[in-house]
Design a binder for this molecule. Structure first.
Ligand SMILES: Nc1nc2c(ncn2[C@@H]2O[C@H](COP(=O)(O)OP(=O)(O)OP(=O)(O)O)[C@@H](O)[C@H]2O)c(=O)[nH]1
Length: 330
């Protein structure tokens, strides 16, 4: 047996209330319909009302419209729209209330249903705490995060735009030579690993110098744009068109064998015949010379593939232009 003296005083409601008050939290009781029947001093202080101003009023009256709407939505989902704050188990929730002076107050509440000795539900009691500062800090943090995310998205978009500009030919909109080298190396490695084919079609507009000389540089630019548009629009998805420089273009055909690539080149050659470049009072027709080479049949590296396609393209020029050459050189 311990000889320490035991506290002889019973734990009375008054002592419990004093403890809750001392903790800084607020205590309240409501009837089943949620009218306040008891409010602690702290609760009055927190809400900025005198006790008699709260007593008998419904909890919902003090809620902000947003919080009330949230409660009513949940109640409708639970099937208790007539008594939106009803619950039969202890419940913790956080919501926004108005103080008497109109200030908004975030309140965290633990609410417990109360039953009489016969087991009849007679109301609720609960402990409530002002968590406005915590909520504000959370909101500030969330807003700061949202701002950061928006900035990040903006930077990513700028980065993507810069990357896009870096790999595009400004005049024609097809990819540029730098990107060609990058993509061709990558795709040839992929083809090597997968035992696949990779074809290169190179084309050079015929007598392009004359276009510039006879009609001016802007017409030359328009012709380059028209060829870029034709290639860009008619290249299969997965394949890529490039302007290698001047009036020279290339298309990389991923997984495409030699015969298929020659067929594609013929399609572009024919389509080019339908392109009209407007010039004063008339229009200009273009032709181009094409060279086609395929990995691994004709080359084992990008440099070699370009060399073979280029040589065939110049053979097409030498043989009269406006044609596709894919056969080995004589
Ligand atoms: N308008 C315009 N012309 C360009 C551009 N880049 C290169 N050129 C011109 O393209 C012409 C290329 O001419 P050449 O290489 O002699 O060849 P070509 O006249 O096409 O003759 P073939 O290739 O033998 O059929 C030159 O006059 C260049 O100035 C450009 O961005 N815009």
């Amino acid at each position: 047996m311990s000889d320490r003296p035991t506290d002889p005083r019973p734990i009375t409601e008054a002592r419990l209330l004093a403890m809750v008050n001392a903790s800084g939290d607020s205590f309240w009781e409501t009837d089943v319909e949620r009218h306040f029947v008891h409010i602690s001093d702290n609760m009055c202080r927190m809400m900025g009302y005198a006790r008699e101003e709260i007593h008998g009023r419904n909890v919902m009256e003090f809620m902000t419209p947003e919080y009330r709407a949230e409660i009513l939505t949940h109640a409708a989902q639970r099937g208790t729209p007539d008594n939106p704050l009803a619950h039969i188990h202890p419940l913790r929730h956080t919501g926004e209330f108005f103080r008497k002076d109109g200030a908004r107050l975030w309140i965290e509440t633990v609410s417990v249903p109360v039953f009489d000795d016969a087991g009849l539900h007679i109301g609720y009691f609960g402990i409530t705490r002002d968590v406005t500062e915590r909520k504000r800090a959370e909101q500030d943090l969330r807003r700061a995060n949202e701002r950061l995310e928006a900035q990040l998205a903006h930077i990513q978009a700028l980065h993507a735009q810069m990357r896009e500009q870096a790999i595009r030919d400004e005049l024609t909109g097809v990819h540029n030579r730098r990107h060609f080298v990058e993509v061709a190396e990558r795709e040839m490695e992929r083809a090597r690993r997968q035992g696949a084919m990779l074809s290169l079609v190179m084309l050079d507009i015929d007598h392009f110098k004359r276009v510039n000389d006879d009609h001016g540089h802007p017409v030359g630019d328009a012709a380059l744009k028209a060829v870029g548009a034709l290639l860009g629009e008619t290249t299969r998805s997965g394949d890529l068109a490039f302007r290698l420089g001047g009036e020279e273009f290339a298309v990389l055909l991923m997984g495409m064998g030699h015969d298929g690539a020659i067929e594609r080149a013929e399609i572009w050659r024919t389509a080019l015949a339908d392109v009209r470049i407007p010039i004063e009072g008339s229009s200009l027709r273009l032709t181009a010379s094409f060279g086609v080479a395929t990995f691994p049949a004709h080359a084992n590296s990008v440099v070699e593939l370009m060399k073979v396609a280029d040589a065939r393209m110049y053979l097409a020029k030498a043989q009269g232009r406006d044609q596709v050459i894919g056969q080995p050189l004589p």
